[in-house]
Structure formats: C-alpha cells, structure tokens
Design a protein around this ligand. Structure first.
Ligand code: CAA
Length: 256
C-alpha cells in the first residue's frame, strides 16, 4: 500500500476544479500525502475557479483514515500516527493542524465546494464531505462519524460544520453513537442538500454547478462570505458587513 503517492486526481476545467479521491482498492482511504496534495491544490487555485467538486472513485466517497496509519503492527508506513506519538504533544497538535489544511481550504469562500457522496463517507471521509459547502448524496449512500467508536475524536475540522448543519443535539447523537446516517435522513436533517438515485448524481451535479455559476461571480462570492461568517457575528456586526459589501456591489452594478 503506497502512501508516498497522494492517491488523488486533481484537475481544473474552466471554472470548475475537481478533487477525485482515487484509491478505490482501499475505498479511497485518506492519508497525510493525500491531504498535503489537496491542500496545495486548493490553496493555489486560480481566481477564475468558482466551484470545487470533491468525489471518490469506484463508487464510494471515502472509508476515512487509512487504518494502517493507526495500526501498531505497521509502523513502517509513511505517515504512521503510531510513530508520530514519539513526538511531544505540541508537535502532534501542530502536525494535526497540517492535516486539517485541506479541510479548512474547502471552506474558503473564494469558491463553492460540493461533495458528491456515493457509497459511504466514514470518519475522515464524512469530515471531508462536511468541509464542503454543499453535499449531494446518492439515495443508497450513508455517512458515519466513526471516530468515537475507535476511541478517538473527529479532528479534521468536521465538528463545527456538523453542528452548524444539524444542531448540537443531533450532532452529539450522531457522533456519540457512531451510527450510520442514511441518505434519506441526511437530506431530511439538512446534512445533504440533494438526495438522488446514484444514476442521477452526475446530471444533478451538472445542473447544480450550472446554477451556481449562472450569476455574477463577485456578487456570489461576497454573498457567500456574508453567509459563512453570519453565525460568528452579532446582528449588528452582520448588518455592518452587509452594507459594507453592498457599497462595492452598488458601484459595480450602477457604474458610479
Ligand atoms: N483504511 C485502510 N484500508 C481500508 C479502509 C481504511 N479506512 N477501509 C477499507 N479498506 C480496505 C480493506 O482493508 C479492504 O482491503 P483488502 O481488499 O486488501 O482486504 C478493501 O479496502 C475493501 O474493504 P472491504 O472488503 O471491507 O469493503 P466493503 O465494501 O465490504 O466495506 C467499508 C467497506 C464499510 C468501508 C469497510 O471496509 C470499513 O468499515 N472500513 C473501515 C472504516 C473505518 O473505520 N474508517 C476509519 C474511520 S475514523 C477516521 O477516518 C478518522 C480518524 O481520525 C480516526
């Protein structure tokens, strides 16, 4: 199992960039080289890119962290977390900060990110889907926050978007039980914005991308910035941010 190779295909086609998790033999299990490649790609995207699509190859999104990284018998694998624990707590905290980079980058309001979830998104897979602004799920897909069942916590920037999407109580129930959440429920509780038969995922994605890029790029970006920051601001702060952003928009639209 080669974990020196990123195992991810990164491409740009006009205004759409695609991150394809591409380790189908191990269900697109994730590892540090994959995260580094995705972070570098997202952090250096050209300004023209308006949408980032994240999906997995082979009919699944991602089975989460590559479990060989936490297998004490496999300390020779690149990025072994077992080996990492020889370092100080602060060094481990800093390293996990590096691993969180692509998850933070997916939330960058420079673009709208869409996770296309087929099969399942487990642990780090679920957190990568949560890092995206929008989720489209196949109707037979499921997600699972497996970490507590392994004695761990979700640490790849997934807890905040989960709480934002479904509220504290439902997020707690989903995480503490580590249960599978099916697509129908995911759609109903606001985890997925669209749930469609697997055969319709591509056409649904194409339609959504077309609608998302149909309007003025700056107006959509400024609106996204406002919405993304809304929950961390007071109403007065948000009102100020709205009118400040609108001045620039009015000048652009009216040419004054
Ligand atoms: N890491 C490494 N290899 C994995 C993997 C993972 N997370 N998930 C699956 N694979 C491998 C299997 O070992 C198997 O390899 P072999 O063909 O060499 O035997 C291959 O992928 C296919 O797996 P299955 O035969 O199990 O396929 P399936 O379709 O029947 O089941 C599955 C798929 C439900 C994902 C099941 O494999 C599974 O439960 N995998 C483990 C999921 C998991 O616990 N992930 C970690 C979550 S925690 C996390 O991500 C974050 C964190 O911080 C800890």
């Amino acid at each position: 199992m080669n974990m020196n190779e990123p195992g991810v295909a990164l491409s740009i086609d006009g205004v759409v960039a695609t991150v394809l998790l591409d380790r189908p033999d191990v269900r697109n299990a994730q590892h540090p080289a994959m995260w580094a490649a995705i972070a570098e790609f997202l952090e250096s995207l050209p300004a023209e890119v308006r949408v980032v699509v994240v999906r997995g190859s082979g009919g699944t999104f991602s089975a989460g962290l590559d479990l060989s990284l936490v297998d004490p018998r496999q300390t020779e694998v690149a990025g072994s977390l077992v080996e990492t624990l020889a370092r100080s707590d602060q060094e481990v905290i800093d390293l996990i900060g590096e691993y969180q980079r692509p998850f933070a980058a997916l939330a960058d309001p420079r673009f709208i990110s869409i996770a296309v979830v087929e099969g399942y998104a487990i642990g780090a897979g679920f957190q990568m889907a949560l890092a995206c602004d929008l989720r489209i799920m196949a109707d037979d897909a499921w997600v699972c926050m497996k970490e507590p069942a392994l004695g761990l916590v979700p640490d790849l920037a997934g807890t905040k978007p989960l709480v934002d999407a479904v509220g504290y109580s439902r997020a707690l129930e989903i995480c503490a039980t580590a249960r599978k959440v099916g697509a129908e429920e995911a759609g109903r509780i606001g985890l997925a914005q669209s749930v469609v038969p697997a055969a319709e995922l591509d056409s649904t994605l194409t339609g959504l991308v077309g609608s998302l890029v149909a309007h003025d790029a700056t107006a959509v970006r400024r609106t996204q910035e406002l919405l993304a920051a809304a929950s961390s601001r007071s109403l007065d702060e948000q009102r100020l941010a709205e009118r400040t952003a609108q001045v620039g928009r009015l000048r652009a639209v009216l040419g004054r």
